[in-house]
Design a protein around this ligand. Structure first.
Ligand SMILES: Cc1ncc(C[n+]2csc(CCOP(=O)(O)OP(=O)(O)O)c2C)c(N)n1
Ligand SMILES: [Mg+2]
Length: 430
């Protein structure tokens, strides 16, 4: 019997009935989820509406940039405070221009970081240059602090050289496969420990990454083998359209460290000075097990360590992404634009600038000079990146020391096609 015959019609009917039943069940399930959601939202709405509601989040600066009454302001020189502000401003300027370049077709998809500069910049200032940074794709501020913007921007234009160059500044290539870089970061930290190199790894990832197996495997390994790893979890409230309350039933992301036998701390990621202070302390703990930073003499460290072994730390940076997930995303499809306003009031640039002004470390002229410098640094990076000639065969260069046969075949095919059709056939017409 062919598919137009009676058997076919019966089968189609049966399939329709099954579909209808499935749909009814799916609707029931969705309604049940919605009901639970509504109950959950009642719990979480307070925190979303008031970013300052959580009291266990470490802060140095209040929302207006004044140091909080009980806070310890990090012991930095005026120059160092201004350098943090300068890097925040460069990162914001880079972000604005990168989004604009994408809209003009001059770079590919880009992941904006506005709102999240404080954690990336503050935490990187707390590290030594020799410490390794492994990041997801939104922590551009870390690259700015390492002074690698010009080398890095080409990545977003499709040039492999962009990821190769930043390795020189101890920054691993960014990672799009969520959480896949965490085991590598832990491996690098373990190697530092084995070689008695005094280096830590700061590994950045998002709240969404904590739902991946790689996160748990990396955390477990780090806890068991005492690797000097800082797990920098950027809780920006969203993993694309998935809100934080659908990501985990844990109260906090920091508490996940408890299960792996090490410490987890929460810090305001929109407070650059708090991000600095917490990372500094965590890095000392990761280097030495904390003894140098005033340990209490408890040999066990209370966390399964042997006293002066390096210990990993999980830092939960509580923050918010002001813009879209990437330039390919429309956040109005899943969140109310008004929800962003309470977080905008905590803008890390405004708070840092207010702090510097209030403490007499900067004036109008100083702010204007830094903004001008930021415009220039970013403009120069764009000029540099746009001057690079595309070389498609670069994609084969840096992943393997020796190309596997299948990848070698693909490279040869590309080279043969370039030979046959000429380079121009592979370049975008201007
Ligand atoms: C293994 C894997 N699964 C899914 C995706 C698609 N994806 C890209 S970004 C993203 C959300 C990640 O959210 P989060 O870790 O919170 O980082 P954020 O984008 O908020 O900085 C997802 C699911 C991916 N890149 N890799
Ligand atoms: Mg996120």
């Amino acid at each position: 019997m062919n598919e137009n015959g009676a058997d076919g019609a019966d089968r189609a009917d049966a399939a329709d009935r099954a579909d209808a039943a499935d749909r009814a069940e799916a609707v029931d399930r969705a309604e049940a989820v919605d009901r639970t959601d509504a109950a959950d939202r009642a719990d979480t709405d307070d925190a979303a509406a008031d970013p300052l509601a959580d009291e266990d989040v470490y802060r140095v600066l209040g929302p207006d940039g004044s140091p909080l009454p009980d806070a310890t302001v990090p012991d930095l020189s005026d120059e160092e405070f201004r350098a943090i502000y300068r890097d925040l401003v460069v990162t914001r300027r880079f972000d604005e221009r990168a989004v604009s370049l994408q809209r003009q077709g001059r770079i590919g998809t880009y992941a904006p970081c506005a709102g999240q500069e404080g954690s990336a910049v503050g935490s990187t200032h707390a590290l030594a240059d020799r410490d390794l940074i492994s990041y997801q794709y939104r922590e551009h501020g870390a690259v700015v602090v390492r002074d690698l913007l010009a080398e890095y921007l080409p990545y977003w234009m499709g040039h492999e050289s962009g990821t190769e160059a930043i390795a020189e500044g101890n920054v691993f290539p960014l990672n799009i496969g969520i959480a896949a870089h965490l085991p590598h970061a832990v491996g690098a930290a373990w190697a530092f420990d084995h070689r008695d190199e005094d280096r830590v790894v700061a590994c950045h990832f998002g709240d969404g990454a904590t739902s991946e197996g790689d996160f748990h495997e990396a955390m477990n390994f780090a806890g068991v083998f005492d690797t000097p790893t800082l797990f920098c979890c950027h809780n920006n409230g969203w993993a694309i359209s998935i809100p934080r309350e659908r990501q985990t039933a844990s109260d906090t992301f920091a508490q996940k460290a408890t299960a792996y036998g090490f410490e987890g701390v929460r810090v305001d990621g929109m407070d650059p000075l708090a991000s600095y202070a917490v990372t500094r302390e965590a890095a000392e703990r990761a280097r030495s097990g904390g003894d140098e930073s005033g340990g209490d003499g408890d040999e066990s460290g209370g966390d399964g360590s042997d006293g002066d072994d390096p210990r990993p730390v999980l830092i939960e940076f509580v923050e918010y992404r002001f813009g879209a997930h990437t330039t390919a995303d429309d956040p109005t499809a899943y969140r109310d634009p008004d929800d962003v306003d309470p977080w905008r009031a905590l803008d890390p640039l405004d708070r840092m600038e207010a702090f510097l002004r209030e403490t007499g470390r900067i004036d109008d002229e100083g702010v204007a000079a830094i903004r001008e410098e930021a415009d220039d640094v970013v403009a120069d990076a764009i000029d540099f990146a746009e001057s690079i000639e595309a070389e498609p065969s670069e994609v084969f260069e840096d992943a393997y020391a020796e190309l596997p046969p299948e990848v070698r075949r693909q490279r040869d095919e590309l080279l043969a096609a370039v030979e046959k059709h000429g380079e121009g056939a592979f370049r975008r017409e201007e």
